[in-house]
Write a protein that binds this ligand. Structure first.
Ligand SMILES: NC(=O)c1ccc[n+]([C@@H]2O[C@H](COP(=O)([O-])OP(=O)(O)OC[C@H]3O[C@@H](n4cnc5c(N)ncnc54)[C@H](O)[C@@H]3O)[C@@H](O)[C@H]2O)c1
Length: 328
């Protein structure tokens, strides 16, 4: 395996995440080959979206290089042969096994056996996906969060056949991309964050479907409790900060009462079956006029830059606290 991160990174699939990851890589000095087999993606949607996020990143001070200069470092293509100069190819296509399998076959037939291939899958086990490859040990999960250029999150996941030492090298490279990465040393479905987030989603549906609270109140509670401290620290640090004895005693009574439903909740099933997709088509758990949808999107983008700044400021402060402890 050759981790020559001076060469290019390939991205296959230029939807929401592929475009966002391309921006994250460009503003951190990585050259990108962006491939979308569906021609409309490479025509204008993806380049426009990437240009917009590069411009916003420059305007917000996340990048010091003007968008049009960074844009020189990305090439768009629909030909897999153009992935040849890449040291890493990241797959960002739909969460569909057959499509992903077909994409891996095409990538492997275009690049050398030394090239790393990674998937941005949200929850398909990496050990399952890597069996679709001719060279399974070159395969890793690289799970980004949206927006990839403002979030400091990046999960590197080793499958059963992925060498841990290569995972550790990817972890170091991810730090150079401005991330605060996590390494999942042993594959598990949902990795770290989606296991935690989906446990929360399940409980949220349980509360609403059983009439304990409205959708609005569940959202408000999440924003103002977890949302208040989670960018500052994780769950374990928070228990330390606020007294872990209380958590110990609450768990005894509460854990047996939490939802352990194993089927998809009716509330999301109904919306999904009617074609609802949230702000992208105005129909979700809330309804959106086109203007409201645009405003939510714009405000979330602005918030993402602000929270990134705050998170970086406090990352430095908390690193200083740890080094004070080390000095003693
Ligand atoms: N949306 C998120 O917040 C998020 C977060 C983390 C991970 N992911 C994962 O990232 C991946 C992409 O998600 P997204 O949100 O960008 O989806 P998306 O629908 O915005 O984009 C998917 C892309 O796949 C392309 N595609 C469809 N069929 C294809 C084919 N046969 N060959 C090649 N490309 C094809 C589409 O053209 C589209 O550009 C999924 O695996 C998803 O689970 C998404």
């Amino acid at each position: 395996m050759e981790l020559n991160n001076n060469s290019r990174v390939g991205i296959v699939g230029l939807g929401l995440m592929g475009s966002s990851i391309a921006t994250a890589l460009l503003i951190n000095g990585q050259k990108v080959v962006a491939l979308a087999p569906i021609i409309s993606d490479t025509n204008q949607t993806a380049p426009d979206r990437i240009m917009h996020s590069l411009e916003e990143s420059y305007r917000e001070g996340l990048s010091t290089i003007p968008a049009k200069d960074l844009f020189q470092n990305i090439t768009f293509t629909s030909d897999y042969a153009d992935l040849k100069p890449c040291w890493l190819v990241m797959e960002c296509v739909l969460e569909n096994l057959e499509i992903k399998q077909d994409v891996y076959r095409k990538i492997e037939s275009s690049v050398s056996n030394k090239v790393i291939i990674a998937s941005n899958t949200s929850a398909i086990p990496i050990s399952m996906l890597q069996n679709y490859l001719r060279v399974p040990q070159r395969f890793f999960g690289m799970h980004w969060a949206e927006p990839a250029y403002t979030s400091r999150f990046l999960e590197i996941i080793c499958g059963e056949k992925s060498p841990l030492e290569v995972g550790e090298q990817l972890y170091v490279i991810a730090k150079n991309w401005g991330k605060e990465p996590t390494l999942v040393r042993k594959d598990i479905r949902g990795f770290i964050t989606n296991r935690i987030m989906y446990a929360m989603y399940r409980e949220a549906f349980h509360l609403v479907e059983n009439g304990y609270a409205t959708i609005e109140d569940v959202d408000r509670a999440c924003k103002n409790d977890g949302g208040h401290w989670m960018t500052f620290c994780g769950l374990f640090r928070y228990m330390d900060l606020t007294g872990l004895q209380a958590y110990h005693s609450v768990m005894k009574g509460l854990f047996p009462e939490l939802s352990n439903q194993t089927t998809v909740p009716k509330l999301i099933d109904d919306v999904a079956k009617e074609g609802g997709n949230g702000i992208s088509n105005g129909k979700g758990f809330y309804d959106y006029s086109p203007e409201e949808a645009k405003e939510w999107e714009r405000t979330f983008e602005k918030f993402s830059f602000d929270i990134n700044r705050l998170s970086l400021e406090y990352a430095d402060k908390t690193t200083d606290i740890s080094s004070v402890k080390v000095k003693k």
